[in-house]
Each structure stands twice: as structure tokens, then as C-alpha cells.
Design a protein. Structure first.
Length: 293
């Protein structure tokens, strides 16, 4: 968290320093006093500014595109279509989608982040660490079963990342920053190995279904994706982890009709039925807020 002194806060807000002191005296600006000095968290100043925006007569605020970016997921893709939310999807990976969301290009982003040690809650921690997400809300979509997609019958008897390495199985990769790729890096880190130790199949696969296609076409022996992708493609699946799959939105957009239509749909019987049919989902808390500013 970046902290401004009074003079730095005045420069950041383009105000006179005396005016900043007046705002402090009136209790009108977020600040804290440490060892006799006033300090101003940048993230709180940003929130204070955005919360006090005023619009001139005849003007309207600009809103992000009605798109849910980030990670691809078959159940989410179906829910966006069937909910009548009017929201489109732009699957490009967790980190790429989060960056686009951070800069206001899309209204929401689906994420399933993993740290190298895979301890804690990477989705929540990422939002907490960046001041630019001071008004971001994290919504539970599902817990998903993630693992290795393999050919039917698992001919290479792959059970762990160690098996992928020792048997020189051709691994279909996801793009850098994709949640499945972050999980792969975590598995390698915990095994004391690196990407250089893998037998990598050709170009990265944009989504889980692309991983499945590479295996079905014989271009790869395995790759990381969800159980639902494996089931839809008729491939074998080796479970590795249950992970959090969340949607992040700005607080101002959370109550708007598109997001509310989607969230309402997550509580329907049709959504529960589809999740069971696809397999590998726990939707117990779907639609609940996991993190809020």
C-alpha cells in the first residue's frame, strides 16, 4: 500500500496543502495519523475520488464493455448465454483478463489464480495487494476440479507431474498467465523442476477445449484443464486439485442489471442441473460475495 504525506497528497489531488488540512479537520478525506504525521493511502484517495464524482447535465458516465473476460469455463459460457444477461465472453486467460478489467476495458473477469506454493487464496490476495482493485468485488462462481487431460484409457499411466516429466509426455501448454498455466508452474515448483524440463507440444492452446483437441488429434499426450472439458471431449482425466473459480466486478457495476441477471441465474435449478451434467463442479456458494472492499 502506497502512503502519501500531506504535501504528496496535495500534489496528487492537485490541491493546496492548506486545503488538504481543512479536509482533514472536517473529517472529509481518508487519512491516518502515525507518530504525529498525517498519512494518506493512495487506494483510499482513489476510492474517495471515484465515490464523489458528479456528472454535468446531459452527460452520462462511460461504462466498460459488457464482457466477462479472463478464464474460459464451459459452465460460465453456458450461464452467460442462458441467463439473458446480455454479457458476452472473451476468454484470454486469468491474468490477461484481470489486466483488461483493471484498465476498465471489460465489466468483469473470471479468474482462477495460483501461486507457486499454492497456499492461501490467490484470487482474494491478488485483489487485496493492488490499490487499483480497491472497489472490486469477488463473486464465487464455483469450485472446479482441475487436473491432467489424457487420452482415453490413460495409455502413459500419468498420475502426477513427475510422471509427465519422467515419461517425456508431450504436454499441451496454455498461454502465459492462464490459470491452468499458473497451476502447472506451481506443480513444477513444488517438484523442484521447471518448464525447460518438459517435453512441450507445439503452440500454446488458448482454452481447455483446445487442449482437448490437441490430445484427440495426437499432437499432445496431456495438458491441464477441467474435468468438464475432459468429459465433453471423451478424454481421460487425472484429478489434481479443486480450485476457486471466481468473477470479479467493480462495486458500481455489481448492482446493474446484467450482473444481477447472471447472479440470479446461478441460483436456479437449471444452473444446478447443468453443473451436474458437466461434472467437476461444486456450486454450493455460487453467486455469493467472497471479498468486498
Amino acid at each position: 500500500m502506497r502512503l502519501f504525506t500531506t504535501s504528496e497528497a496535495a500534489e496528487y489531488l492537485r490541491l493546496k496543502e492548506r486545503k488538504v488540512y481543512e479536509l482533514v479537520a472536517d473529517g472529509a478525506i481518508p487519512c491516518t495519523k502515525v507518530t504525529g504525521k498525517w498519512l494518506f493511502p493512495q487506494s483510499e484517495l482513489d476510492h474517495w475520488l471515484s465515490s464523489n464524482l458528479m456528472w454535468l447535465n446531459g452527460t452520462k458516465p462511460s461504462y466498460p464493455m459488457p464482457i466477462v473476460g479472463g478464464s474460459h469455463d464451459p459452465l460460465l459460457e453456458w450461464a452467460l448465454r442462458e441467463s439473458g444477461s446480455g454479457l458476452a465472453t472473451l476468454p484470454e486467460g486469468s491474468e490477461a483478463g484481470l489486466a483488461r478489467f483493471e484498465h476498465g476495458g471489460i465489466v468483469a473477469s473470471a479468474i482462477h489464480l495460483h501461486s507457486l506454493t499454492d497456499e492461501g487464496d490467490a484470487n482474494v490476495e491478488t485483489l487485496q495487494e493492488r490499490g487499483s482493485f480497491h472497489d472490486a468485488v469477488l463473486i464465487d462462481f464455483a469450485r472446479r476440479e482441475q487436473g491432467f487431460l489424457v487420452a482415453s484409457g490413460n495409455p502413459l499411466a500419468i498420475a502426477t507431474i513427475g510422471d509427465v516429466l519422467t515419461r517425456r509426455a508431450r504436454l499441451a501448454m496454455r498461454p502465459q498467465g492462464a490459470g491452468a498455466q499458473l497451476l502447472l508452474l506451481s506443480l513444477l515448483h513444488r517438484a523442484g523442476r521447471s518448464l525447460d524440463d518438459l517435453a512441450v507440444a507445439a503452440a500454446p492452446c488458448p482454452t481447455g477445449p483446445d487442449i482437448a483437441q490437441a490430445i484427440r488429434a495426437g499432437r499432445a499426450d496431456c495438458g491441464i484443464a477441467t474435468r468438464s472439458v475432459a468429459s465433453a471431449a471423451g478424454l481421460g482425466f487425472v484429478p489434481v486439485v479443486w480450485e476457486r473459480f471466481d468473477i470479479t466486478v467493480r462495486r458500481r457495476d455489481y448492482f446493474r442489471q446484467p450482473l444481477q441477471a447472471l447472479l440470479g441465474f446461478l441460483r436456479t435449478g437449471a444452473f444446478a442441473t447443468r453443473a451436474r451434467e458437466l461434472g467437476g463442479y461444486d456450486i454450493t456458494d455460487a453467486g455469493t460475495v467472497r471479498h468486498a472492499p
